[in-house]
Design a protein around this ligand. Structure first.
Ligand SMILES: [Zn+2]
Length: 506
């Protein structure tokens, strides 16, 4: 047989397309041509495939070889087609008995010695395969964790080309220690480990209930990071759908890490303040990869020392904050990744970090202090409802060493309060209090009389801006949901007002 065909999957963002790999071997001058919009990495597949075949003791045809990837219009990138090309080459040479491979796909990069290397995006590729009636997927062993547990597709994890040949010839499936791979990763963090910090803990809970973005201000060493990284533990667990979506994004980013399809804890992603706008929102020349804000989808994006970010980096978050997704355009088309995340920024109070409102220890001028936090641009601050000072725990708090509430207890309250809000917004296009439009706050979502009176007084005395007013109102609704109150009263409004304390920076 001089013609053979096997299947694989090409990814466009998170979307997978079935690709046919056809190999034709004909008489004529020895040569190798690859058709079907391959990128540079794919063009180099010839050398990898040839070495891998020869080093595995398999034949390489000294003839004219044409490899065609279809559909032809689809851009194909990366090294994941090495394995299917090698298999099609073997079949076309008659080096393997023909078995029905119509419902099989092959994914994997070949090393020169024939071993199989991991590739990006195995999880979304397999989800697409399942949709298209594929029943068996041959995948790199290192990607086994993400290919496990996809309904309808049996995955065969392989580490060497010889294992694939044996599988096709005799149906022998290499043994894999699934237990090791399938080990569930659960977060070991818990809110009970945070000592004191009563106000910050409340800020975290309110943020998790209402989806309110958060700014934590405090000197270094006060535990801002410790607080932030525990937010996912008090958020409602991801739904099955969300878990698959998050796992798919992490798979495409090549950062599957400890997540599995069964990981229900929302992701926590904390890019360093020196990160670039591209790393933040995604991009890349050949292979478009998701950025930090898509990795944080359905979870928390935490940026420590946010005022130190390079100009433009924080502003790049405006589009995803607005739309819940990131669209990346290239000559080859536009790729969209979901990016609906809770933004948590941390900042020192001033350049030297020691400002505590009392002026002691800090060497910065009042102008410097003001300017420092103003580096967080206005449009971004507009989206941040909660601004909380995190203080060094006092000696009394540390000595008390009384454990705070655990994440589980807080999470139960968060889930309950979210359910109340979801019911209220049943016929609306938003789901959380942070998304209530300003116009609706002025009409449908007012506070009780005493609460409104308090706010009007603050407005009159110019202690509250119009913008601040809307934020306090949204927070008051979240606090009401938490406290089981139907409409926010004076207590909820005052409590919301306190969550916006601190230097006036917006
Ligand atoms: Zn200072």
């Amino acid at each position: 047989m001089a013609l053979a065909k096997v299947k694989s999957i090409a990814l466009v963002g998170l979307r997978g397309e079935l690709v046919d790999i056809e190999v034709d071997i004909s008489d004529g001058l020895p040569g190798y041509s690859l058709l079907g919009l391959p990128d540079a990495a794919l063009l180099e597949s010839k050398e990898r495939v040839r070495s891998a075949l020869q080093n595995s003791g398999a034949p390489w045809p000294n003839k004219r070889v044409t490899v065609s990837l279809s559909p032809a219009w689809l851009h194909k990138s990366g090294s994941g087609f090495d394995l299917p090309i090698a298999i099609a080459l073997l079949l076309a040479q008659g080096a393997m008995p023909i078995r029905k491979l119509e419902d099989h796909i092959f994914l994997g990069e070949l090393a020169l010695d024939g071993s199989i290397r991991p590739i990006r995006g195995v999880l979304p590729a397999l989800l697409a395969a399942a949709d298209r009636g594929i029943t068996t997927a041959v995948v790199p062993l290192s990607n086994a964790a993400e290919s496990n547990g996809i309904t309808g597709v049996k995955s065969i994890a392989v580490s060497h080309l010889n294992q694939v040949i044996t599988f096709i010839e005799d149906g022998v499936i290499p043994e894999v220690d699934l237990e090791e791979i399938n080990e569930m990763s659960t977060s070991h963090l818990d809110l009970s480990e945070v000592v004191g910090q009563k106000r910050a803990r409340l800020a975290l809970e309110i943020s998790a209930i209402g989806g309110h973005h958060l700014l934590l201000i405090g000197p270094p060493g006060t535990g801002k990071t410790m607080l932030a990284e525990r937010i996912p533990t008090i958020m409602p667990p991801l739904t099955r759908e969300e878990a698959v979506e998050v796992a798919a994004i992490h798979s495409v980013a090549g950062a599957f890490g400890e997540r599995t399809l069964n990981t229900r804890t929302p992701p926590f992603v904390s890019p360093h303040h020196t990160t670039t706008a591209t790393a933040m929102v995604g991009g890349g020349a050949h292979f478009i990869r998701p950025g930090a804000c898509s990795m944080a989808h359905a979870g928390v994006l935490f940026i420590d020392e946010a005022p130190e970010c390079k100009p433009g980096v924080l502003d790049s978050l405006r589009q995803p904050l607005e739309s819940g997704s990131v669209a990346i355009s290239r000559a080859t088309g536009t790729v969209t990744f979901p990016a609906y995340f809770l933004l948590v920024l941390a900042a020192n109070p001033c350049p030297c970090g020691r400002f505590n409102g009392k002026g002691r220890a800090c060497t910065c001028s009042s102008m410097q202090i003001r300017r420092y936090l103003q580096r967080l641009s206005g449009p971004l601050l507009d989206r941040i409802d909660i601004r909380t000072f995190v203080e060094v725990p006092t000696r009394v708090e540390l000595a008390a060493s009384e454990a705070g509430e655990s994440s589980g207890v807080v999470r139960t309250r968060v889930i309950g309060a979210r359910a109340v809000a979801a019911e209220r917004f049943e016929n609306d296009r938003w789901r959380t209090n942070s998304q209530i439009p300003a116009s609706q706050l002025r009409s449908r979502f007012r506070a009780a009389k005493a609460g409104m009176a308090f706010l009007h007084r603050e407005l009159d005395h110019e202690r509250l801006s119009a913008r601040g007013y809307h934020k306090v109102m949204r927070l008051a609704w979240t606090i009401a949901d938490r406290n089981g109150v139907a409409i926010p009263g004076l207590e909820e409004v005052e409590s919301a007002y306190l969550l916006r304390q601190g230097v006036e920076i917006s």
